[in-house]
Design a protein around this ligand. Sequence first.
Ligand SMILES: NC(=O)c1ccc[n+]([C@@H]2O[C@H](COP(=O)([O-])OP(=O)(O)OC[C@H]3O[C@@H](n4cnc5c(N)ncnc54)[C@H](OP(=O)(O)O)[C@@H]3O)[C@@H](O)[C@H]2O)c1
Length: 273
Amino acid sequence: MKKIAFVGAGAMAEALVKGLIAAEHLPAKGIWLTNHANDARLQELHAAYGVTITRNQTDLLKDADVIILSMKPKDAEAALSSLKSANLNSKQIVVSILAGIHTSFLESYLPSNQPVVRAMPNTSATILEAATAVAAGVHAGSEDMKVVSSLFKTVGEAVEVEEEAMDAVTAISGSGPAYLYYMMEALEEASSQVGLDESVSKQLLIQTFKGAAKMLEQSDLTPAQLRANITSAGGTTAAGISVLEEQGVKAAIQACVKAAAARSKEMGQAFSK
Ligand SMILES: NC(=O)c1ccc[n+]([C@@H]2O[C@H](COP(=O)([O-])OP(=O)(O)OC[C@H]3O[C@@H](n4cnc5c(N)ncnc54)[C@H](OP(=O)(O)O)[C@@H]3O)[C@@H](O)[C@H]2O)c1
Protein backbone atom coordinates (compact mmCIF):
# COMPACT_ATOMS: atom_id res chain seq x y z
CA MET A 1 0.00 0.00 0.00
CA LYS A 2 1.37 3.40 -1.00
CA LYS A 3 -1.36 5.90 -0.27
CA ILE A 4 -4.39 6.23 2.02
CA ALA A 5 -6.66 9.28 1.75
CA PHE A 6 -8.82 10.40 4.67
CA VAL A 7 -11.89 12.53 3.96
CA GLY A 8 -12.40 13.90 7.47
CA ALA A 9 -9.61 14.59 9.95
CA GLY A 10 -11.24 14.23 13.36
CA ALA A 11 -10.65 11.99 16.36
CA MET A 12 -11.18 8.66 14.61
CA ALA A 13 -9.04 9.62 11.60
CA GLU A 14 -6.23 10.61 13.99
CA ALA A 15 -6.51 7.29 15.86
CA LEU A 16 -6.15 5.40 12.59
CA VAL A 17 -3.23 7.60 11.49
CA LYS A 18 -1.46 6.84 14.77
CA GLY A 19 -1.95 3.10 14.31
CA LEU A 20 -0.86 3.09 10.67
CA ILE A 21 2.32 4.97 11.53
CA ALA A 22 3.11 2.90 14.64
CA ALA A 23 2.67 -0.30 12.62
CA GLU A 24 4.76 1.15 9.77
CA HIS A 25 1.91 0.18 7.49
CA LEU A 26 3.04 2.87 5.06
CA PRO A 27 5.26 5.96 5.25
CA ALA A 28 3.61 8.96 6.96
CA LYS A 29 3.84 10.96 3.72
CA GLY A 30 1.62 8.36 2.07
CA ILE A 31 -1.19 9.24 4.47
CA TRP A 32 -3.20 12.13 3.07
CA LEU A 33 -5.89 14.05 4.93
CA THR A 34 -8.45 16.69 4.23
CA ASN A 35 -11.35 18.07 6.26
CA HIS A 36 -14.23 20.48 5.80
CA ALA A 37 -12.73 23.83 6.81
CA ASN A 38 -10.45 23.58 9.84
CA ASP A 39 -6.96 24.48 8.51
CA ALA A 40 -5.40 24.61 11.98
CA ARG A 41 -6.44 21.00 12.60
CA LEU A 42 -4.79 19.84 9.35
CA GLN A 43 -1.59 21.75 10.23
CA GLU A 44 -1.63 20.15 13.69
CA LEU A 45 -1.84 16.64 12.21
CA HIS A 46 0.93 17.42 9.72
CA ALA A 47 3.19 18.71 12.50
CA ALA A 48 2.46 15.78 14.81
CA TYR A 49 2.72 12.90 12.34
CA GLY A 50 4.36 14.16 9.13
CA VAL A 51 1.25 13.24 7.12
CA THR A 52 0.35 15.04 3.88
CA ILE A 53 -2.51 17.53 4.10
CA THR A 54 -4.41 19.07 1.22
CA ARG A 55 -7.56 20.92 0.21
CA ASN A 56 -7.30 19.73 -3.37
CA GLN A 57 -9.61 16.75 -3.90
CA THR A 58 -7.89 15.65 -7.10
CA ASP A 59 -4.50 15.48 -5.36
CA LEU A 60 -6.06 13.76 -2.35
CA LEU A 61 -7.67 10.96 -4.32
CA LYS A 62 -5.15 10.48 -7.13
CA ASP A 63 -3.52 7.03 -6.81
CA ALA A 64 -4.97 6.47 -3.31
CA ASP A 65 -5.26 2.71 -2.71
CA VAL A 66 -7.82 3.29 0.02
CA ILE A 67 -10.12 6.26 0.65
CA ILE A 68 -11.48 6.47 4.19
CA LEU A 69 -14.70 8.39 4.79
CA SER A 70 -14.26 9.70 8.31
CA MET A 71 -16.68 12.57 8.66
CA LYS A 72 -19.82 12.53 10.85
CA PRO A 73 -22.88 10.83 9.27
CA LYS A 74 -24.65 14.21 9.02
CA ASP A 75 -21.88 15.42 6.66
CA ALA A 76 -21.83 12.27 4.54
CA GLU A 77 -24.10 13.47 1.75
CA ALA A 78 -22.07 16.63 1.14
CA ALA A 79 -18.81 14.67 1.08
CA LEU A 80 -20.25 11.93 -1.15
CA SER A 81 -21.69 14.46 -3.56
CA SER A 82 -18.26 15.93 -4.11
CA LEU A 83 -16.77 12.43 -4.54
CA LYS A 84 -19.33 11.76 -7.27
CA SER A 85 -17.43 14.01 -9.65
CA ALA A 86 -14.03 12.52 -8.73
CA ASN A 87 -12.52 10.14 -11.22
CA LEU A 88 -12.20 7.11 -8.95
CA ASN A 89 -11.07 3.86 -10.53
CA SER A 90 -12.40 0.44 -9.60
CA LYS A 91 -9.19 -0.59 -7.83
CA GLN A 92 -9.58 2.14 -5.22
CA ILE A 93 -11.32 0.85 -2.08
CA VAL A 94 -13.71 3.26 -0.38
CA VAL A 95 -13.93 2.51 3.35
CA SER A 96 -16.63 4.10 5.49
CA ILE A 97 -16.44 4.28 9.27
CA LEU A 98 -19.72 6.20 9.46
CA ALA A 99 -22.15 4.77 12.00
CA GLY A 100 -25.38 3.44 10.53
CA ILE A 101 -24.77 4.20 6.85
CA HIS A 102 -25.29 1.20 4.57
CA THR A 103 -22.86 0.37 1.76
CA SER A 104 -25.73 0.52 -0.76
CA PHE A 105 -26.24 4.20 0.13
CA LEU A 106 -22.52 4.91 -0.35
CA GLU A 107 -22.44 2.92 -3.60
CA SER A 108 -25.28 5.00 -5.00
CA TYR A 109 -22.92 8.03 -5.02
CA LEU A 110 -19.93 6.18 -6.50
CA PRO A 111 -19.07 4.78 -9.90
CA SER A 112 -20.52 1.31 -10.56
CA ASN A 113 -18.14 -1.50 -9.50
CA GLN A 114 -16.49 0.68 -6.84
CA PRO A 115 -15.39 -1.56 -3.95
CA VAL A 116 -16.94 -0.21 -0.76
CA VAL A 117 -16.25 -1.56 2.73
CA ARG A 118 -18.05 -0.54 5.90
CA ALA A 119 -16.08 -0.60 9.13
CA MET A 120 -17.09 -0.04 12.73
CA PRO A 121 -14.09 0.62 14.96
CA ASN A 122 -14.45 1.85 18.52
CA THR A 123 -12.92 4.63 20.55
CA SER A 124 -10.10 2.41 21.90
CA ALA A 125 -8.48 2.90 18.47
CA THR A 126 -6.85 5.96 20.05
CA ILE A 127 -4.70 3.61 22.15
CA LEU A 128 -4.40 0.98 19.40
CA GLU A 129 -6.82 -1.37 21.19
CA ALA A 130 -9.88 -1.04 18.96
CA ALA A 131 -12.34 -3.81 18.26
CA THR A 132 -13.35 -3.32 14.61
CA ALA A 133 -15.82 -5.19 12.43
CA VAL A 134 -15.63 -4.85 8.65
CA ALA A 135 -18.36 -5.71 6.12
CA ALA A 136 -18.10 -5.89 2.33
CA GLY A 137 -20.30 -3.97 -0.08
CA VAL A 138 -21.39 -5.77 -3.24
CA HIS A 139 -18.24 -4.95 -5.23
CA ALA A 140 -15.63 -5.58 -2.51
CA GLY A 141 -13.81 -8.88 -3.04
CA SER A 142 -11.78 -11.01 -0.64
CA GLU A 143 -8.51 -9.22 -1.53
CA ASP A 144 -10.14 -5.86 -0.77
CA MET A 145 -11.33 -7.24 2.57
CA LYS A 146 -7.82 -8.45 3.41
CA VAL A 147 -6.41 -5.00 2.69
CA VAL A 148 -9.03 -3.30 4.87
CA SER A 149 -8.78 -5.82 7.74
CA SER A 150 -5.01 -5.44 7.86
CA LEU A 151 -5.43 -1.67 7.98
CA PHE A 152 -7.74 -1.87 11.01
CA LYS A 153 -5.49 -4.46 12.67
CA THR A 154 -2.94 -1.67 13.05
CA VAL A 155 -5.25 -0.16 15.69
CA GLY A 156 -6.36 -3.37 17.44
CA GLU A 157 -8.37 -6.43 16.41
CA ALA A 158 -10.52 -6.70 13.30
CA VAL A 159 -13.17 -9.26 12.32
CA GLU A 160 -15.14 -9.66 9.12
CA VAL A 161 -18.94 -9.86 9.31
CA GLU A 162 -21.90 -9.72 6.94
CA GLU A 163 -23.34 -6.23 6.66
CA GLU A 164 -26.63 -7.40 8.27
CA ALA A 165 -24.63 -7.79 11.50
CA MET A 166 -23.45 -4.17 11.56
CA ASP A 167 -26.29 -2.83 13.75
CA ALA A 168 -25.53 -5.57 16.28
CA VAL A 169 -21.79 -4.82 16.06
CA THR A 170 -22.48 -1.12 16.62
CA ALA A 171 -24.55 -2.03 19.70
CA ILE A 172 -21.91 -4.41 21.12
CA SER A 173 -18.40 -3.17 20.34
CA GLY A 174 -19.09 0.29 18.89
CA SER A 175 -20.99 1.44 21.98
CA GLY A 176 -19.43 -1.23 24.22
CA PRO A 177 -16.68 0.91 25.77
CA ALA A 178 -19.38 3.28 27.12
CA TYR A 179 -21.25 0.41 28.82
CA LEU A 180 -18.03 -0.72 30.50
CA TYR A 181 -17.22 2.86 31.61
CA TYR A 182 -20.75 3.01 33.05
CA MET A 183 -20.09 -0.17 34.99
CA MET A 184 -16.74 1.15 36.20
CA GLU A 185 -18.41 4.40 37.23
CA ALA A 186 -20.90 2.42 39.34
CA LEU A 187 -18.12 0.28 40.82
CA GLU A 188 -16.07 3.38 41.69
CA GLU A 189 -19.05 4.95 43.44
CA ALA A 190 -19.71 1.69 45.28
CA SER A 191 -16.03 1.46 46.30
CA SER A 192 -16.23 4.77 48.07
CA GLN A 193 -19.53 3.72 49.71
CA VAL A 194 -17.76 0.68 51.21
CA GLY A 195 -14.88 2.87 52.37
CA LEU A 196 -12.18 2.50 49.71
CA ASP A 197 -9.89 5.36 48.77
CA GLU A 198 -10.52 6.65 45.19
CA SER A 199 -6.97 6.16 43.91
CA VAL A 200 -6.79 2.64 45.33
CA SER A 201 -10.16 1.64 43.87
CA LYS A 202 -9.22 3.03 40.44
CA GLN A 203 -6.02 1.00 40.36
CA LEU A 204 -7.77 -2.16 41.52
CA LEU A 205 -10.67 -1.76 39.11
CA ILE A 206 -8.51 -1.16 36.04
CA GLN A 207 -6.46 -4.26 36.76
CA THR A 208 -9.61 -6.26 37.56
CA PHE A 209 -11.16 -5.39 34.17
CA LYS A 210 -7.87 -6.12 32.36
CA GLY A 211 -7.38 -9.41 34.22
CA ALA A 212 -10.95 -10.60 33.58
CA ALA A 213 -10.66 -9.79 29.84
CA LYS A 214 -7.32 -11.63 29.65
CA MET A 215 -8.74 -14.66 31.50
CA LEU A 216 -11.51 -14.87 28.94
CA GLU A 217 -9.03 -14.47 26.09
CA GLN A 218 -6.59 -17.06 27.39
CA SER A 219 -8.94 -19.79 28.65
CA ASP A 220 -11.40 -22.06 26.85
CA LEU A 221 -14.09 -21.31 29.42
CA THR A 222 -17.20 -19.22 28.82
CA PRO A 223 -17.90 -16.12 30.94
CA ALA A 224 -20.61 -18.12 32.76
CA GLN A 225 -18.10 -20.90 33.62
CA LEU A 226 -15.44 -18.42 34.75
CA ARG A 227 -18.01 -16.75 36.97
CA ALA A 228 -19.24 -20.07 38.41
CA ASN A 229 -15.62 -21.04 39.21
CA ILE A 230 -15.22 -18.04 41.52
CA THR A 231 -18.68 -18.06 43.09
CA SER A 232 -18.71 -20.44 46.05
CA ALA A 233 -22.05 -21.07 47.74
CA GLY A 234 -22.52 -18.79 50.73
CA GLY A 235 -19.49 -16.69 49.84
CA THR A 236 -19.01 -12.97 49.16
CA THR A 237 -19.28 -13.17 45.34
CA ALA A 238 -22.50 -15.21 45.64
CA ALA A 239 -23.92 -12.53 47.97
CA GLY A 240 -23.14 -9.83 45.39
CA ILE A 241 -24.33 -11.77 42.33
CA SER A 242 -27.65 -12.64 43.99
CA VAL A 243 -28.39 -8.90 44.23
CA LEU A 244 -27.59 -8.45 40.51
CA GLU A 245 -30.00 -11.30 39.75
CA GLU A 246 -32.76 -9.90 42.01
CA GLN A 247 -32.41 -6.48 40.38
CA GLY A 248 -32.59 -7.87 36.83
CA VAL A 249 -29.21 -6.51 35.77
CA LYS A 250 -28.71 -9.12 33.02
CA ALA A 251 -32.10 -8.24 31.50
CA ALA A 252 -31.23 -4.53 31.72
CA ILE A 253 -27.96 -5.10 29.83
CA GLN A 254 -29.77 -7.08 27.15
CA ALA A 255 -32.38 -4.31 26.81
CA CYS A 256 -29.55 -1.75 26.55
CA VAL A 257 -27.91 -3.61 23.65
CA LYS A 258 -31.26 -4.08 21.87
CA ALA A 259 -32.01 -0.36 22.20
CA ALA A 260 -28.59 0.55 20.74
CA ALA A 261 -29.05 -1.89 17.82
CA ALA A 262 -32.52 -0.49 17.12
CA ARG A 263 -31.14 3.06 17.15
CA SER A 264 -28.36 2.09 14.73
CA LYS A 265 -30.96 0.61 12.38
CA GLU A 266 -33.10 3.73 12.66
CA MET A 267 -30.10 5.97 11.90
CA GLY A 268 -29.34 3.84 8.83
CA GLN A 269 -32.90 4.22 7.57
CA ALA A 270 -32.41 7.98 7.44
CA PHE A 271 -29.70 7.27 4.85
CA SER A 272 -31.37 4.91 2.42
CA LYS A 273 -31.97 5.29 -1.27
N1 LIG B 1 -15.37 8.34 17.76
C1 LIG B 1 -15.71 7.05 17.82
O1 LIG B 1 -15.61 6.35 18.83
C2 LIG B 1 -16.24 6.37 16.58
C3 LIG B 1 -16.38 4.96 16.56
C4 LIG B 1 -16.81 4.35 15.38
C5 LIG B 1 -17.14 5.12 14.28
N2 LIG B 1 -17.03 6.47 14.35
C6 LIG B 1 -17.39 7.25 13.18
O2 LIG B 1 -16.28 8.01 12.79
C7 LIG B 1 -16.75 9.17 12.11
C8 LIG B 1 -15.91 10.35 12.54
O3 LIG B 1 -16.03 10.52 13.93
P1 LIG B 1 -15.05 11.50 14.71
O4 LIG B 1 -15.34 11.30 16.15
O5 LIG B 1 -13.66 11.32 14.20
O6 LIG B 1 -15.64 12.92 14.19
P2 LIG B 1 -15.00 14.40 14.34
O7 LIG B 1 -13.88 14.38 15.32
O8 LIG B 1 -16.14 15.33 14.54
O9 LIG B 1 -14.38 14.68 12.88
C9 LIG B 1 -15.17 14.85 11.74
C10 LIG B 1 -14.26 15.33 10.60
O10 LIG B 1 -15.02 15.36 9.38
C11 LIG B 1 -14.68 16.57 8.69
N3 LIG B 1 -15.70 16.89 7.70
C12 LIG B 1 -16.97 17.34 7.88
N4 LIG B 1 -17.58 17.51 6.69
C13 LIG B 1 -16.68 17.17 5.74
C14 LIG B 1 -16.71 17.16 4.32
N5 LIG B 1 -17.80 17.50 3.63
N6 LIG B 1 -15.59 16.78 3.66
C15 LIG B 1 -14.47 16.45 4.33
N7 LIG B 1 -14.39 16.42 5.67
C16 LIG B 1 -15.48 16.80 6.37
C17 LIG B 1 -14.53 17.57 9.80
O11 LIG B 1 -13.85 18.74 9.30
P3 LIG B 1 -13.94 20.17 10.06
O12 LIG B 1 -13.31 19.97 11.41
O13 LIG B 1 -13.16 21.06 9.16
O14 LIG B 1 -15.40 20.50 10.14
C18 LIG B 1 -13.71 16.74 10.79
O15 LIG B 1 -12.36 16.73 10.38
C19 LIG B 1 -18.25 9.31 12.43
O16 LIG B 1 -18.99 9.04 11.26
C20 LIG B 1 -18.52 8.25 13.46
O17 LIG B 1 -19.79 7.64 13.27
C21 LIG B 1 -16.56 7.11 15.46
